[in-house]
Structures are given as C-alpha cells and as structure tokens.
Design a protein around this ligand. Structure first.
Ligand SMILES: [Zn+2]
Length: 319
C-alpha cells in the first residue's frame, strides 16, 4: 500500500514528468520518518519505468529492479557502515558515474539520503554536478534538516515538502504494511513518524516507553536518580529513548504548559518571545535533546551528556 499522505507529492512529480518539466535536482524535505526515501525511490521508478504512460507501473523490469535498488542507472548514497557521514569520495564516485551514459539509454538517478549527513567537503563536491548536471540526470536529496546543507546546494534544488501525516492516515498505513497492533500508541511515543514506527516492535516499544515516562515524571517532580537513569538509558536503545524523550517534551509543552487548545500562533510565540520560564526552559531542553540525537557521530560520553539533560528536568528550588 502506498502511503496516502505522499499522494499530493506523487501527483506533482507525475505531472512535472509528463510535461517534461522534471527538475535536475530535487530536495525532499521530510518531517523525520515520514517516507522521504520511499518517495525518492518512487521518483526513480517514475523516470526509469519503461511503461511511459503508466509510469511507474511497478511491473516492468526497470520498476522491479529500482524497487530493489538494483537498477544499473539508479545510484544511492548513504553513510557507509559505522559512519554517520556521507564522505567526499562517495560523492565523487557518484558524480563520475552520473557523467556516464545510462545503461538503458534513459535517465540516470542519484539518491542521497540522508543528504544532511554529507559533510562539508562532500557537499562542496556535489555542487559541481548540481551546477552542470549531465543530460537526463536526476539527483534526489532527502533531508529532514536541510539547513545543515550549504545555501549554494539548496538554491539549486527544487524543494518538495513532506509534513507529518495525520495520525489516522499513518495508523491505516501501518495496519496495512505491518498488520494489527497498537499503532496509535506507538505513534504517540515516537511522534507521527510512520517509518520509524514500522521498524518497531509495538509491544516492546510501549513497555520501554511506559518505563521511560515513569522515569521522566519522577525526575520532573524532583525525585528519582538522574545518574542511574542516564546509565540505564544509555545502555540500551538510546536512539529510541531519545526519540521518546523528545516527544515527551513536545507533548508536555503542548498539553501542560500551553494547554491543549493553544493555537499554532500561541505555540510559535511561546517559542520565540519572552514566554514563562517553564516554557522557555522546556523548549531549550527540547533543543538540547535534538542536538544530542543528531550528534551520534561525535565521540562523547552519552551517559554523562544524558545525565546533564535529565538534571534539567528537576524543578528549581526556591532561592
Ligand atoms: Zn515500470
């Protein structure tokens, strides 16, 4: 089953391709875990499919090979094992390959995911290809934090946004691809990130989440031991736990600090202006958790870093 929330983007791409207006470079700006890479692969099938009128048909050998990342004219760049960065050698190899004639005589497609994992040198190396793209080339960059990419790259890509889907749409999709389960509960823990949810074991995840919520409530009431808690969290499933932590903070801001009926505008002003200290501090903590989530390539003692964050949950003592 196709993810229904990507239908508008698919329509837009189909129309552009049919009209011969396919850009050379596309930036899929996705909310985390919403299917950006799936959309990139679908786009590759669209331009590589041999059944032009029905592209992507999903049946022809081009579609089938592309769906398994085995099409000779489809190249994918992701961080190499044990690294969280895409390196300059990888980009150079991709550029050299894109400059060759397509095996099947049509498009050559390069997908870079997550593109915001390119280090500075890699991004600079890509710039040359973006400035002078070989004919019939399509580069698709998938990123959830495009601001990490140089402006020179961003300005050369046509941007396609993918927002987090409505909860019901995500649940329906998860039921179709993974079978029945408490998917609403899983999304409540992870945020509306169906791709993350699809990779999870619902029962185990909900158990971990319940345990974490108890920890967080306790710490934010000034009880519990942040050192012990940080050590336990850092020992297993830390990325998942940080995702839960982030979502717990977001929920807390939404329901407790702002009230469930707060409008989008109130939320924005709460983030930017002189909001009450509790709100401001929670937003700052949220940023710090996100920072820790995105710095897995930096060698640091995670349990210590986490402990510092957990200590910030405790209510301030009156002076
Ligand atoms: Zn096809």
């Amino acid at each position: 089953m196709n993810p229904t929330w990507l239908e508008p983007q698919m329509q837009q791409l189909r129309a552009a391709f049919a009209a011969g207006r396919m850009p050379h470079a596309l930036l899929i700006h996705e909310a985390p875990g919403t299917g950006g890479e799936w959309l990139a692969q679908w786009t590759a099938q669209l331009v590589l499919c041999s059944a032009a009128a029905r592209a992507p048909c999903g049946q022809c050998s081009a579609c089938q090979h592309a769906s398994q990342w085995q099409h000779p004219d489809l190249l994918r760049l992701t961080p190499i094992e044990n690294s969280t960065q895409i390196r300059i050698e990888q980009v150079r190899e991709l550029a050299a390959d894109l400059a060759l004639t397509a095996h099947q005589g049509g498009y050559k497609v390069g997908i870079i995911c997550p593109a915001d994992d390119m280090n500075r040198f890699a991004a600079n190396a890509l710039l040359k290809t973006l400035e002078e793209p070989p004919r019939s080339t399509l580069l698709v960059l998938v990123a959830s934090v495009p601001s990490r990419l140089p402006a020179t790259i961003l300005s050369r890509c046509q941007r396609l946004r993918v927002a987090a889907p409505p909860r019901e749409a995500a649940v329906a999709w998860l039921e179709a691809v993974r079978g029945p389960g408490d998917w609403a509960g899983v999304l409540g823990v992870l945020g509306d990130a169906p791709w993350l949810a699809a990779a999870a074991d619902p029962a185990a995840l909900l158990a971990t989440a319940a345990e974490m919520r108890a920890d967080l409530e306790q710490l934010s009431a000034g009880a519990g031991d942040p050192t012990q808690c940080a050590e336990r969290w850092a020992r297993e499933q830390l990325p998942l736990r940080l995702a839960c932590f982030e979502n717990w903070l977001t929920e807390r801001i939404r329901t407790r600090l702002l009230g469930p009926d707060a409008t989008a505008e109130v939320r924005r002003s709460a983030h930017s202006r002189a909001a009450g200290p509790a709100i401001r501090e929670t937003f700052e903590l949220l940023d710090a958790v996100r920072e820790l989530r995105s710095s897995f390539d930096v060698p640091l003692n995670r349990s210590v870093a986490l402990e510092t964050l957990l200590r910030r949950l405790a209510p301030r003592r009156a002076a």
